[in-house]
Structures are given as C-alpha cells and as structure tokens.
Design a protein around this ligand. Sequence first.
Ligand code: ADA
Length: 562
Amino acid sequence: MLRLFPSNKIRLVRELEGDWDFQPLESAERLPVHYGYRLPVPGCWEIHPAFSTYRGKGAYRTRITVEKQGALRLLFKGISHTGIVFLNGVRIGEHYNAYTPFELIVRNVKPGEHELAVIVDNTFSEASALHVPNDYYTYGGIIRPVAIEFIPDTFIERIEFTPHFSKGIWSADIKAYVRNVGESEAVLHVHGKLGNSSFALGSLVVQPRATGVLTLNHKFTAVLPWSGKHPQLYLLELQLLSEGQVEPLDDLIERVGFRRVTTEHGAIQINGEDIVFKGFNRHEDHPLVGAAIPYQLMVQDLELMLDMGANAVRTSHYPNDERFLDLCDERGVYVWEENHARGLSIEQMRHPLFAKQCADCNREMVESHYNHPGIIIWAILNECASDLPEGKEMYRTQLSQIRDMDASRPLSFASHQRDRELCFDLVDIVSFNLYPQWYDDEDPRELCIQARGWADAAGGLGKPMIMSEFGADGYYGYRDPSRVKGTEERQGDILEQNLKAYISLPFLSGMFIWQFCDCRVTEGLGWLLARAGTQNSKGIVDRYRRPKLAYAVVQQYYKQTE
Ligand code: ADA
C-alpha cells in the first residue's frame, strides 16, 4: 500500500511489494551473479535470522514487466540508508538517507521483462553525515514501498496546496508542477476538481527536459475546515491535457485539508483557536519488523496514542512514512515533522557532506509532505550545536531553506542547550528537551519556568513554547516497591511529576513525551553502557507495544484536558 487514498486514476501505478531476491555483498561496486536469499520489500533484513545484526551491503533484485514502450518512473519511498539502483544491470541512480523518498525516470523502456536491482548499504562510513551510531537503530533494507509508474513524456510531478482564510472564506493556492521528460516542447493544459468545485489552472508551454509551474488561487465557498477534532479531508484531483485535446494524458490526486496554523500572542492557533499539543515522540521501530512498519501496526500505534488522550506526535528524528502521515490526517492527529539529525556535535556538523545531505533531506521532506494538513510544524536538527555561532549559521541556512519552500507552517527545533541556546531568534516556536527527575533532580515546574526565562532572554520573547522531550526509562516488567530508577513505578512517578507541571503552565503550547515506544539503539560502547538491553526504554509502551504502568498516568493527565 502506497497511500491511504488513490493517487492516480489515469496514470498506471504498480507497487513492487513482495519477495525480492537478496544477497549480502562485500562491495557496492558490482551486482552479484548469485542471489541466495529472498526478503520482503518493504522490509528490513534484520527480520531474517541470518541478518539480525548485519550491518553492511546487500543487493535486492526483482523483475518488472513493461507492456508498452515508454517512460518509467521508479518511486522509492525509503531505502535504509543508501541505495544504488540498476535497471538491466545499468546503474540509473542513487540516493542517501533512509527516511525520504526519491524517484528515477528512465525513458524508452522496451516492452518485456526487465531486471530491477538495488544495492543497499547501511554501514556507518565517511559517506554518511546523518546516519551515525545513535540512540536509535539504522536498519538495513528497502524499508518503505517501491512502485513503478508508467508515465507519458509530460506528467504532473507534484502539487502544492496552500489554504488561506480571509473574511470568513477559504481559498487556496494550488500549484501544479508539470514535467516534460520528452524531446519536444509541449503545450499543455491543467484542470482540477475538489469537492463540488471544478476549475482550470490554465495552460503552459513546457520545454524539453524542464518543469513548468501553474498556479491558481481559488475560492472554496462550501468547504469545511480540517482540525484535530474534525479532520475533514478533500481529494484534489488534477488532470493534464495536451492543449486542444479532451482525453487527459495524466493525473495526480492529493488529499488536502483547509486549516491555518498561526503563532500569535505567545500561543499556537489552529484555525484561530489556541491549542495545546499533548503528544508523543515516536521512532519508527518494532522488534518484529524493524523500521518497516506495516499499515496495521501504524494504526495500532496511533490508536494507542489516542487511547492515552494524545492529540499530537513528533516524528523524532526523521521524516516519516507517508502512510503514517496519511493516518494522522485521517484521525486528526497534529504532526511535528523534523529532518533527520540527532545529537550531532559541531565536529559532526563540519562533515563535508552534512550541508548537502541535510539540504536534500529538507527538500525531499517538504516537497513530498507539503499537502498533509496534519503537519503543523517543520523542525530541524534535534539537539545539535545550536549553542555555537558556527552551528547557528547552519541552523539559519536550513531554516531559511524550509521557509522559502513553505511559508505557511511555523518552524522550530528541539534544544537541550538551556541558557546557552543561540538560535531561538530564528524560529517561530521555542522548544526544549529537558529531563527533570531522570538525568537530574530538578523540579519540572521550576525548570520549565526557568526555561521560559532562558528563551525570553535569548530571542524567544513572545514566542510559543513547547516541551519537546521529557521522560524516564522504565524496563518493561521490572516492577518493584522500592520504586528505584528503571522500575515501571518510578517511570510512572517521573511522568506524573512532569505532566502535572506542564499541563498547568499557561505559557506552554505543547508537550511531547519521550517516548511512545521503546526502541532499539546502535550497539556500541557508549549506547551499550547507557542503554540496558541495547534499547532506549523510555517508551510508555515497550517495543511490542505492551503498556507499562506509566500508560495509565499519561492517560489520566492527557484525558483530563480533552
Ligand atoms: C535526547 C534525544 C533523544 C533521546 C533522549 C534520551 O533528548 O533527543 O533521541 O536520546 O535524549 O533518551 O536521553
């Protein structure tokens, strides 16, 4: 399943889900002759007994059938973490970063059977600035869906839908990106439909190997707004026609909502109403499937969060699978989505590939997730060197890159720098990761008030504030009347103290518990010593989603203010 709604009616899309051939490899130079295993796609190779701790390279192979000569668009929603793609043994492209999608276009593909192969690499090496040993696990494999699309030479590459509300009326900017991969100029027309409205986006000429953009601002008088409580969604269907023709060449369908996010008088508003986010940080991780979470388990995660009374989720620390975002749109769950980086020091940020790998991730995240009404915050660089002038320039560059792509959503980042923070002037919302009662003995309420003061003094005055992380380890099943650190009892106590404080502080616009579920971490001296069982055990449910004692505590506080 690619999305939770059909994204095309005219364009033929085929998902390549199923068993692919697999062979571990010594080097990424060449495809193997022999494949000794079969592995599911999407999936992580860690599910196979031979590869449960394998970190390395491996080749995946499948066959695709083409009925009619033409162009193919190969869509990879996520390869962890580097993929080199081959069609009939010829290298056609590559991509770095497990958590963002990419596409490859091949023209003039002949009818018949073709071999599609991908060399996947999850090693930590000099080629990777963002995937480094960390407090989560970088699995290996083609972890998200793959599809082939049979496209004409001109097609709708993507749509951007930006809703506006003025004088009681909803309108939207609708942008269609039309790409020409052919050899000749194309004169084209785009029209669209949303609910009961039909409209023309207009005509355009697209040169060979170029992309043209059509923009329309259209009023929608009879639509209902999207909000967490009433998640009203609409299909936005665009069709592409050759000028003067009636039969469409291509189409693209997006699912959108009419909602507005603002940050005024030190608070966050959805459609003009102040909101407090009661959320979870969530890693895409499960002991049975690794990072390749199937739809049913996504639903389970979301239902557990809703059952505890949450209304928001933070995609720590990378862009999420689109199907999960689709689900959040449907269930009315607000999403803080962030780029891929966790706890990088200034030395790590000086990596020669850091800027490019972040810029690619930011672009792919915003372009592919732009239309989700559920996403209400873009964020970057969790707990990186935002306390140094050199780090600040990197935050500035990345935040302005995102703002240039999308001015409709507020920006933030999660800081652990306390009074050393230098970047609060660059964002719309100030956010703190603090662990009172876990890593130190501070009082959550006093610390939070103190943090407000740090933010006010450091460029955050008048801006809304979020507690983006707080929590405590609790080892599932370790229950003991001593209530020592690590017991489920103590985890519940710490969560209670934190939640009690934050729910009652009027200047907070949100809180995100660290974390929804326990997650696997990289094995290695640092994480092994700090993380019993090679897992981060601050989940309110364990890795199998079994509730710990803290579940009822969270439920009590999150449900209190529903
Ligand atoms: C940090 C970090 C998380 C996690 C957490 C913890 O705040 O952002 O990824 O490592 O600490 O458990 O200590």
